[in-house]
Structures are given as structure tokens and as C-alpha cells.
Design a protein around this ligand. Structure first.
Ligand code: FMN
Length: 427
């Protein structure tokens, strides 16, 4: 969205690819090239304050938005190392799978020892099942924060009335949120709701959903300012975030199309949201959290790693993924393929090199391919903070039969939907 004017102000010895993990772009030592926005490029910093979600203090109001297949603990640890006082949410966990003690669901609930706040997101259609899942989280001391997913647009989810389809049914939405808050709040676990603008512009839900979530006791609401029909296309409508901020007393976290620190500042300035949530913008760029932390503190320092430093981050990420997959190096390296595509995005690296990464089967293969890259390459300036990740519109919104006819569910509708509540509802 914004083209960042940059200027290299400090240069350090670039660690070569064989340097042990942790030396490249170390967020603590700042052993990285940094760029600063040119004088005048940074607008006045709006009043940005910490957010308290019940007992959970978020000193820098920036959230890693949950992303299925992405925000597992290795990626969260990487992001958190660049912005230690934000909130880093795990990818969505299907309540039914958790209640059914599905091993994959349990893997997604794992946290690294160093994670400051253990933040889980639950998804489900049946309020009783999501309540049971929340009870498991409470009883098992599994998390410090629970987010509820009402934003998922994928057909597999919305055709069952879940994700972004659910706020249309006010009774179901209220029931689900109230039950989860009822279980979590006495245990001191704040609950937040993540919503979209609505199903489409003729069926907007965000104002009702925000009010209901607030009345039910949610500690904050995150608004991804698109409709289900918009999926990830176009630009999110930040005016809707401003509207929700005006409507609610609890913090509103704005989400959608933050690609760089300047976007984060702009969103806060334009909407007065209490915080920002970052999804695709940090794919392959975990250091974005450092940029935003600095920006929110009124500091114009921005990290600008060269490919040698990015390679070291890639290896660190991959090694943690091996641990995540219980030592299965092949699974980790396969999972890294999408991350590597994101890490390399914009770097002048040829198609055959990218293809070679897609064929790696182990860490040694990956390291060998990384060693072949020119470590001094940098992202062209025009691509700093450029959009990345999914961008398409939905072809069609899939909903349960007759879903839009009224804003409440019948007994029969509930019976049908709940019988169909899936075990695995990936994005
Ligand atoms: C690959 C991918 C997976 C996602 N998975 C989830 C999820 O599990 N839960 C959720 O609430 N949102 C999910 N989202 C939506 C993001 O959290 C975020 O709301 C959306 O990408 C808009 O923010 P952005 O413009 O910063 O990307 C996902 C998005 C992507 C691209």
C-alpha cells in the first residue's frame, strides 16, 4: 500500500551462511542492516497504548493473526523474537477435533516454553461442543487467551454455518460466545472474537456481532474488514473498523492489508483501533513485528535483511519445525516449501532455484540450496512492504440451505448443522 522511502544507515559484517543459528538478523543485538524512513515519511504517531485483555497485558498492541498451516509455535516463536510484547495467536483448532482428542488438534495446541502468552483460537458450529473444548482448555491449563473464529470464508466451513457465516444467525452466535465466555472468564482466561464485515454487503453482520460479543463479555473484537464474498480480494475497508470502534467500548483490533509498519500506523490513525492484527504481511517476514513495534514507539528503525540473513532465519524456522513435527525432518522440510516461497518473494532468485527448494527432502538439501544463493542480495526497494499471499475473491459464498432467510435458527436447522460439524475444518 505504501512505498517506503528507505535509506541504509548502518552496515555490519554480513554473517555468512555457515554462521550458527541466531547470528543473522538477531532481533536483540540488532545485528542487521536497518533502514530508516526518510525524514518526513513518517506521519505523527497516533496515541498507541497497551491493551489489557483481562489479565493478559499486551504492551505493543500488535497481533499475529491466526493462520491455519502457518502460525504454529515455530512461526510464532520467530515472530515473537522480533516483537516480544505483542500477541501471537495459534492457528484455528476445530473444537470437535479437540473434544475427540484428535492428535493433530493437540499438536496445534502446543506452545514453546518461551511463549509469553499462550493464545489459542477455537472454531466450531455447535455451541455445546465449543463450550466443551473451552472447558478442556481451562481444565488442562492449555492457554492464557482464547480467540473465537467467526472469520473463516472457506466453503467447507461456511456451508456448515461456521466461521464468517455464523454471525448472521444471532441466536447461534450469542449462544456460542456466551458459553465460551461463561467457561473461560471464571478461570481468568479472556475471550475475543474475530469477525468479518458480513457475508456480503447486503448481509453485513459486524455491528451486531461486535455488540453481542461485547455484551457476552468478550475482552476485544478483531475485525477483518472484508466480507465472506470478498474473501481476500480487493482492499479491506478500514472505514468499517472505524465504525466498529465508534460502536463498542471494548478494544477493537483492526485487520486487513497491513503490509508494513507505515500501514499499521495509518490504520490506527484512520480508524482509532486499539491494535492491529497482521496476517499475510508477515508471511516470510517475521521481522515485520520489529518494524511495527518501532513504529508504534515513534521510532523509524526498520529491518532490511539481506538474503544471507534471511537464509539463516529460514534454517532456524526449519529446525524448529522439525521439533514441531516430532523429529520428522521430511514433514518439516515439506512444510517449509510455502514459507521458503514467501521468504524468497521479491528477491531476484531464478525459477530453477525456487524449484530446487520445492524438491528438498531434508535440512541438508535446504542448506545446500541456501548456500548457493547470493547472500548479499536485497529486496528491491519498491517491494518493501508490498502485498503478498492470497488475493482472490470468492467464486461463490456457500451457505446452508435457506441460511439468509432469517437471522435465527430453527430447532431443525440446528440439528442438521450440528450433526455435520466437521472434525477437520482447515482454511
Ligand atoms: C493461509 C491463511 C490462513 C488463515 N487461517 C486463519 C485461521 O486459522 N483463523 C482465522 O481467524 N483467520 C485465518 N486467516 C485470516 C487471517 O487471520 C487474516 O484475518 C486475513 O489474512 C486478513 O489479514 P491480512 O490482510 O493481514 O492477511 C487465514 C489467512 C490466511 C491467508
Amino acid at each position: 500500500m505504501t512505498t517506503m522511502q528507505t535509506q541504509t544507515i548502518r552496515s555490519v559484517d554480513r554473517p555468512d551462511a555457515a554462521v550458527p543459528e541466531g547470528r543473522g538478523l538477531d532481533p536483540r543485538s540488532q545485528a542487521a542492516e536497518v533502514r530508516r524512513e526518510e525524514p518526513g515519511a513518517v506521519r505523527p504517531v497516533p496515541a498507541i497504548a497497551p491493551i489489557d485483555l483481562g489479565p493478559v497485558h499486551v504492551a505493543t498492541p500488535v497481533v499475529l493473526s491466526p493462520m491455519a498451516g502457518v502460525t504454529n509455535w515455530p512461526f510464532r516463536v520467530l515472530c515473537e523474537s522480533y516483537g516480544p510484547d505483542g500477541l501471537y495467536v495459534a492457528e484455528m483448532i476445530t473444537a470437535r477435533a479437540l473434544v475427540g482428542r484428535n492428535p493433530k488438534a493437540f499438536r496445534l495446541c502446543r506452545f514453546a516454553p518461551g511463549e509469553r502468552v499462550r493464545s489459542l483460537q477455537l472454531y466450531g458450529v455447535n455451541p455445546a461442543i465449543v463450550e466443551q473444548a473451552a472447558q478442556m482448555v481451562v481444565d488442562g491449563h492449555m492457554a492464557d487467551h482464547v480467540d473465537l473464529n467467526f472469520g473463516c470464508p472457506v466453503p467447507k466451513v461456511t456451508r456448515r454455518g461456521g466461521g464468517s457465516a455464523m454471525p448472521w444467525k444471532l441466536d447461534l452466535f450469542r449462544d456460542l460466545v456466551s458459553r465460551v465466555v461463561g467457561v473461560c472468564r471464571p478461570a481468568g482466561i479472556p475471550v475475543t472474537a474475530k469477525i468479518r464485515v458480513g457475508i456480503d454487503h447486503d448481509h453485513e453482520t459486524f455491528l451486531d456481532a461486535g455488540r453481542i460479543a461485547q455484551d457476552a463479555g468478550c475482552a476485544a473484537v478483531t475485525l477483518h474488514a472484508r466480507t465472506t464474498a470478498e474473501y481476500y480480494g480487493g482492499h479491506s475497508d478500514w472505514e468499517r473498523i472505524a465504525q466498529l470502534v465508534d460502536e463498542l467500548d471494548i478494544p477493537v483490533i483492526g485487520n486487513g492489508d497491513i503490509w508494513g509498519a507505515q500501514d499499521a500506523l495509518e490504520m490506527v490513525r484512520e480508524t482509532h483501533c486499539a491494535g492491529v492484527a497482521i496476517g499475510r504481511g508477515c508471511q516470510g517476514r517475521p521481522w515485520l513485528f520489529s518494524d511495527i513495534k518501532h513504529a508504534f514507539a515513534g521510532d523509524d528503525t526498520r529491518l532490511d535483511p539481506d538474503l544471507g540473513q534471511v537464509s539463516q532465519i529460514i534454517m532456524r524456522h526449519a529446525r524448529m519445525l522439525v521439533e514441531f513435527f516430532d523429529g520428522d525432518e521430511r514433514m518439516a522440510v515439506h512444510d517449509m516449501r510455502k514459507h521458503i516461497a514467501w521468504y524468497l518473494k521479491g528477491f531476484p532468485v531464478g525459477g530453477s532455484t525456487r524449484k530446487a527448494f520445492m524438491e528438498c527432502e531434508g535440512l541438508d538439501d535446504m542448506q545446500r540450496e541456501l548456500n548457493r544463493l547470493d547472500p548479499e542480495l536485497r529486496l528491491p526497494e519498491r517491494l518493501h512492504d508490498a502485498p503478498r499471499g492470497r488475493v482472490r475473491y470468492a467464486k461463490k459464498v456457500h451457505l446452508p440451505y435457506g441460511w439468509l432467510d432469517s437471522r435465527s435458527t430453527t430447532h431443525e436447522q440446528r440439528e442438521t448443522l450440528f450433526g455435520d460439524d466437521p472434525m477437520d475444518a482447515g482454511y
